[in-house]
Design a protein around this ligand. Structure first.
Ligand code: NOJ
Length: 562
């Protein structure tokens, strides 16, 4: 049996600005979360992860923090936060916070000091560099390296006051903190200890595999047709990443019990993830890898490729095998940066939305690892029907649209096609609570439009219908809590070359589970022998399956003992 509690836990992510608006300003808030805690308790999740609620100019919806130890007035105050934490703990759940320390806001006092003069004691808390040799500071191409920023434009901003540039891997309002400086690290650890002392149960760590940069900072590879280079070799999983995370563990988590830490790590490899999550090394408990959500991306960022199921299976198979002995997987389809999975890898038409949402949930939750449910996923919420670029609010979508159409000369309609499929605002439309105006999210026009399908797809309707996605997710979560093979069983992928069925077994001692998911709208027979005498634990359709013949989008979980 496992001793690490989070191996049998399910985490629920809340994106506070889109969850529930209690004070009627069109923006979700902490009181709104408090008002809906029973929804989460009924779902049965063990942990709630809150996307950032700290004080912030909201340039990147709170991933730009100007005070790490205060709550943004948009969301409430520290007293409301404490009440929320109490409500979560009273219901037997835990609460983890987002930790955004690769960068701060440019409005953080640390950066204000840092930019004030070259000899300010905090100058070195951020990455300041002069213009490229022989170039006029502030002119195009004079940036210290050729890296592009994630939201478009160069990764360096020129600051006239001191005539130097600062690094920002994301927006210019998100300057990167210099983790080489031990004072920065101590300040971050002190802040983390302050939250844990207050009662929170851990952290989800934003882009935490970007905190160690390769020195000296150097140009990246420039691809034809792109305005700026991909600098990721200079900052993904840099040379001191493991050292920094181990130091953080020692100074923050050592001696504390029942914490949960998960590091967001775009571009992390299986081999690196083993090191990051091996408990003996004392770094983090698990990481968010990206391979399976980049499976429809191909080499060209401006094309959407249809999902190839064999590719997806190859990815999960590699991660399951890689972290089988040491380390631990996180499991997710959705978060605030990803389109809705039922629209992406399922079928969100009225006929198959519910079945395919449940099938996707089944396949994910039955893997070995800790599943994460993103708000609305338990309702089968779908992508939003964006008409034009003016429907988007996300800094990434707007920045990338500008760069692609104005600088790189791409056709706006082609860029929109990709943003519709992949844009982050798909995940950020307000939570659909009921069929009243604004989906019961707010009494006024929300900051981002509610998906017009809220009249059919909403929490009230889902809770009233025993066959809903919501009640099916409850069963999935309960199965993880009740059946040790779901938590600890080993994993074997079946039918790796099949483009239609996703099938695998989990085995623990004498118990074996068989999971099959049909990723198509057609009836498909699974050629798997020996399960005639098994017990049907879960089935996402009203009618029982005919042997191992799977109806469109059907999923089953079978159990046998030997
Ligand atoms: C990852 C976060 O999930 C995303 O929303 C944010 O824009 C970037 N990191 C920058 O903080």
């Amino acid at each position: 049996m496992t001793e690490l509690w989070w191996k049998s836990a399910v985490v629920y992510q809340i994106y506070p600005r889109s969850f529930a608006d209690a004070d009627g300003d069109g923006m979700g808030d902490l009181q709104g979360i408090i008002d809906h805690l029973d929804h989460l308790a009924e779902l049965g999740v063990d942990v709630i992860w809150l996307s950032p609620i700290h004080k912030s100019p909201q340039d990147d919806n709170g991933y730009d923090i100007s005070d790490y130890q205060d709550i943004d007035p948009l969301f409430g105050d520290l007293a409301t936060f404490d009440a929320l934490m109490k409500g979560v703990h009273q219901r037997g759940m835990k609460l983890i916070m987002d930790l955004v320390v690769n960068h701060s806001s440019d409005e953080h006092a640390w950066f204000q000091e840092s930019r004030s003069s070259k000899d300010n004691p905090k100058r070195d808390w951020y990455w300041w560099r002069p213009a490229r040799d022989g170039m006029e500071p502030g002119t195009p191409g004079a940036e210290p390296t050729n890296w592009g920023a994630a939201f478009g434009g160069p990764a360096w901003a020129y600051d006239e006051k001191t005539g130097e540039y600062y690094l920002h891997l994301f927006s210019p309002k998100q300057p990167d903190l210099n983790w080489e400086n031990p004072e920065v690290r101590q300040a971050v650890y002190a802040m983390m200890n302050w939250w844990l002392d207050r009662g929170v149960d851990g952290f989800r760590m934003d882009v935490i595999n970007m905190i160690s940069k390769v020195l000296p900072l150097a140009d990246g590879r420039l691809t034809a047709g792109q305005a700026y280079a991909d600098g990721s070799a200079g900052y993904i999983n840099g040379p001191r990443n493991h050292e920094f995370l181990h130091e953080m563990y020692e100074q923050v988590f050592a001696g504390r019990e029942d914490m949960l830490t998960v590091g967001e790590m775009p571009g992390v490899t299986v081999d690196e993830a083993i090191l990051f999550t091996d408990q003996e090394r004392q770094e983090v408990d698990m990481v968010f890898q990206f391979d399976h959500v980049w499976a429809d991306r191909g080499g060209d960022p401006w094309r959407v490729f249809p999902l190839q199921l064999t590719v997806l299976k190859g990815i999960f198979g590699r991660w399951q095998a890689g972290l089988a002995e040491e380390g631990w997987n996180s499991l997710y389809w959705n978060n605030h940066d990803q389109p809705r999975v039922v629209s992406r890898y399922g079928d969100d038409s009225p006929e198959f939305r519910s079945a395919s949402a449940k099938m996707l949930g089944t396949v994910l939750h039955l893997h070995r690892g800790t599943p994460y449910v993103y708000q609305g996923e338990e309702l089968g919420m779908t992508n939003y029907p964006f008409r034009s670029i003016t429907d988007f609010r996300d800094i990434e979508a707007l920045g990338q649209f500008r760069q692609a159409t104005e600088i790189e000369g791409r056709a706006p309609e082609d860029v929109l096609t990709v943003l519709r499929a992949r844009g982050r605002d798909n995940a950020r439309t307000p939570m659909q609570w009921d069929d009243s105006p604004n989906g019961g999210f707010s009494s006024t026009t929300p900051w981002l439009a509610v998906n017009p399908n809220y009249r059919e797809i909403n929490a009230t309707a889902e809770r009233a219908n025993p066959d809903s996605v919501f009640h099916y997710y409850r069963q999935l979560i309960k199965l993880r809590h009740d059946e040790p093979a779901v938590v600890d069983g080993d994993f074997t992928m079946l039918l790796p070359n099949d483009e239609r069925l996703y099938a695998f077994t989990r085995r623990l001692a004498s118990t074996e589970l068989l999971v099959i998911g049909n990723f198509t709208g057609e009836t498909v027979r699974a050629e798997i022998d020996g399960w005639e005498e098994s017990e049907l634990l879960l089935n996402n359709l009203p009618e029982a399956p005919d042997g191992l013949t799977m109806a469109p989008w059907q999923a089953v979980v079978l159990r046998r003992t030997r």
